[in-house]
Write a protein of this length. Structure first.
Length: 365
């Protein structure tokens, strides 16, 4: 196995908790450079890596094959474009970009250059979501009629962070919403229309910290919700079908495991204790099924398994850049819906003069 030489463009939370450990644990990758502007937090954690202060040193290094753009969201578009121009494969943190037109431009650039471009939608590999996907595909609840997904937190204060600064792209829709929207699109495809109510609930909030997003499909009522003022969370997922229901509380254990220093993929990685399993009540194949339902093991390492295969074996990316661009389109339409208080049809929205004007950007936008 010839390791892919990779560089991280930041060593904040995403670098320390997600990308660093996942790449370090994978025999198909070797971290050779880590960009830290002023600090040395990665020193000693990645023996093969050298700290650099300049993004340009990563781009100029002919040995670097893969660049992980895990910087603040407003830098994704520019840095991804520069990395692609330099002939590098790219993994971008979610959200892909802040504007659909920028995402579409990067998709075209990667395609023209024959480079891998993918987005770190790791929560496709949450154990609870893998279980939900299996339940829907196997029709264990009959025909699904209602799907509700939450990603809630409790933080009743404003952080001294770019995420709470109020600048473009810092709202909950871009942050936690990127995960929920990606999961919904993976399950049901693009909706015909949507309605969103996003709000600023915390005192002193400068950007939205709560949203209710209805994605409208012909056969399924789909509601995505997130709030930073949920101290006692309800179910993470609620599914109702013609034959039964499934409810799931709690969050996938992989992030907590990596924060504690566990090696991704080791031991009983991604396994939930039975006490955390969701509950099912349904009739399947003529039999009544009621009680705890086993949660499938979560598998964040699968993301970089796919990245390796895409680079070395030309496999298709599990998270296509086109799918990641669709998430950005939904977010833009959701903000439009919240602003106007109206249902937004996606075809009409993307064809509108206002959308085309907003999306008409260049690399300096």
């Amino acid at each position: 196995m010839q390791p892919v030489q990779a560089a991280l463009c930041s060593y904040g939370m995403s670098g320390q908790v997600f990308h660093g450990p996942l790449l370090e644990a994978h025999p198909g990758f070797k971290i050779t450079k880590i960009l830290e502007r002023t600090r040395n937090d990665s020193e000693g954690r990645h023996p093969s890596a050298r700290i650099t202060r300049q993004f340009s040193s990563i781009l100029r290094d002919p040995a670097v094959e893969l660049v992980v753009i895990n910087t603040p969201d407003h830098l994704h578009y520019e840095m991804t474009g520069e990395a692609l121009e330099a002939g590098k494969h790219v993994v971008v943190e979610k959200p892909f970009t802040l504007k659909y037109s920028h995402a579409a431009e990067l998709v075209r650039m990667a395609s023209n250059k024959g480079l891998l471009l993918t987005v770190f939608q790791n929560r496709r590999w949450d154990g609870d979501f893998l279980t939900v996907k299996e339940l829907i595909e196997s029709a264990k609840l009959g025909r699904l009629v209602e799907f509700e997904s939450h990603f809630d937190r409790y933080r009743n204060y404003i952080q001294d962070s770019w995420k709470d600064s109020g600048s473009s792209g810092t709202g909950t829709l871009y942050n936690l919403g990127s995960h929920l929207i990606d999961q919904a699109l993976l399950l049901f495809g693009m909706p015909g229309s949507l309605f969103c109510d996003s709000r600023l609930l915390r005192e002193g909030a400068k950007t939205d910290d709560s949203f209710d997003l209805f994605l409208r499909y012909p056969g399924v009522k789909c509601l995505l919700r997130s709030s930073y003022l949920v101290r006692e969370p309800g179910p993470r997922f609620m599914l109702h079908g013609t034959e039964g229901s499934y409810l799931k509380w709690g969050v996938d254990p992989q992030e907590a495991a990596m924060k504690s220093g566990a090696i991704p993929g080791s031991g009983d990685w991604g396994m939930e204790p039975e006490s955390d399993w969701g509950r099912i009540n349904t009739t399947c194949n003529g039999k009544h099924l009621e009680g705890p339902y086993p949660t499938r093991p979560g598998n964040y390492p699968a993301f970089y398994d796919n990245v390796y295969e895409a680079i070395r074996l030309n496999a298709p990316p599990a998270v296509s850049p086109e799918a990641a661009a669709d998430v950005v389109m939904i977010i833009e339409a959701a903000y439009e819906s919240s602003r106007t208080g109206r249902v937004v049809g996606l075809k009409e929205f993307t064809a509108s003069r206002e959308f085309r004007q907003r999306s008409a950007g260049d690399r300096t936008a």
